[in-house]
Ligand binder design. Structure first.
Ligand SMILES: C[S@@+](CC[C@H](N)C(=O)[O-])C[C@H]1O[C@@H](n2cnc3c(N)ncnc32)[C@H](O)[C@@H]1O
Length: 338
């Protein structure tokens, strides 16, 4: 299956690399020998389809003819969407009301550019998730500083933190603009946020200020996610909840290569090792890869053998307001302790 959430993603560093240079094998080989875990496999729930419905902060208004029309707070935004192979349900005059249109290179990682048909807009604008303020942002590569489809994971994590009624440590790997980190901090967790892009960490810190969460314990770390977890394992640092949302391909700040198919098994294995004795959960999301959720489900179920709990896997979708069609954005697999 060709899963596609347009990748942001891979650090800004990666995106500067020409496409044909990206399959170099530098650091691509897994550095860890993985031994199949013994013990009963966790229970399983699949497929689980987690959906984001139109709400007052965000809505997928319509889609079709290779594009999607979304409402991000005050702005209506028209962007390319390769999966929208159906016809649009809303009339042209609704699409013409867009405040921002991403045009140009429709290659999923292409530069392209933003056009503002009504009035020129600034780079950022105020957004809100569940009462937490943050900035929407017109970035190169068509992204807007948030992946709304992640909301069900954020609610899930928030529930785990609040119900734990004890101090909870959260690790957010590939954390981008930090929404998950802010949600976790607001729910009372101590958070470690890791991303390879200095720029993204800067944006995440801005979001922390805007959300008035600067007094909350969040460590912002600009590092290669794999190197970071390897070091945490050596140091004996432990976490109750781990989120990881890796791109198909990315680079660490020192050019370290991240190749999902090469590195994901080792990262999942290490994530299990760096859990506290009473962990709460691990959430993996994957996108833009040639795989079905069965693949990451099997990986997660094997990885968490002997830990009890259950593995839930499926897709994150966004439900369209105009005609109710589902836009698939990514695959996920998560382990929930019980
Ligand atoms: C899809 S985004 C994550 C989105 C985020 N989970 C959210 O919901 O907002 C992927 C992120 O991975 C980062 N990245 C890419 N390669 C990396 C690496 N080797 N180590 C750490 N972060 C990396 C990128 O900078 C980008 O911010």
């Amino acid at each position: 299956m060709w899963q596609k959430r347009e990748p942001p993603s891979s650090g800004a560093e990666f995106l500067k690399a020409p496409r044909d240079k990206r399959n170099d094998s530098q650091n691509a080989a897994p550095r860890r020998e993985i031994v199949r875990r013994q013990g009963a496999l966790p229970a399983e729930t699949l497929p689980l389809i987690l959906s984001v419905d139109p709400n007052s902060d965000y809505a997928l208004l319509d889609s079709g003819d290779g594009r999607k029309l979304e409402q991000y707070g005050p702005y209506r935004i028209d962007r390319p969407e390769g999966q929208a192979i159906w016809k649009r349900a809303l009339p042209e005059k609704e699409w013409a009301k867009a405040d921002a249109v991403f045009t140009g290179d429709t290659d999923e990682e292409g530069m392209g550019r933003w056009r503002f048909p009504k009035t020129p807009l600034g780079e950022t604008w105020p957004m809100r998730f569940d009462g937490t303020d943050y900035l929407g942002r017109f970035t190169s590569f068509r992204h807007v500083g948030v992946f709304p489809e992640q909301a069900p994971h954020w609610h899930h994590m928030e529930g785990l933190i609040r119900n734990a009624k004890r101090p909870v440590r959260v690790l957010n790997l590939f954390g981008y603009t930090g929404l998950a980190s802010l949600v976790a901090a607001r729910a009372g967790a101590e958070v470690t946020h890791v991303d390879a892009s200095k720029k993204a960490i800067g944006w995440a810190r801005e979001n922390q200020e805007l959300a008035r969460l600067t007094d909350k314990p969040i460590r912002w770390i600009c590092e290669d996610a794999m190197k970071f977890v390897e070091r945490e394992e050596r140091r004996g640092s432990r976490y109750d909840i781990i989120l990881f949302d890796p791109p198909a391909f990315g680079r660490g700040p020192k050019g370290e290569v991240w190749q999902l198919f090469d590195h994901l098994p080792a990262m999942a294995d290490i994530c299990r090792e760096i859990l506290t004795p009473k962990p709460l959960g691990v959430v993996l999301t994957a996108y833009s890869i040639r795989a079905s959720f069965f693949a990451i489900h099997a990986l997660m179920r094997d990885t968490f053998a002997g830990m009890g709990g259950k593995i839930e896997s499926g897709e994150l979708i966004i439900r369209e307001k105009s005609a109710g069609r589902a836009l698939s954005t990514s695959l996920f697999s998560r382990w929930v302790a019980e």
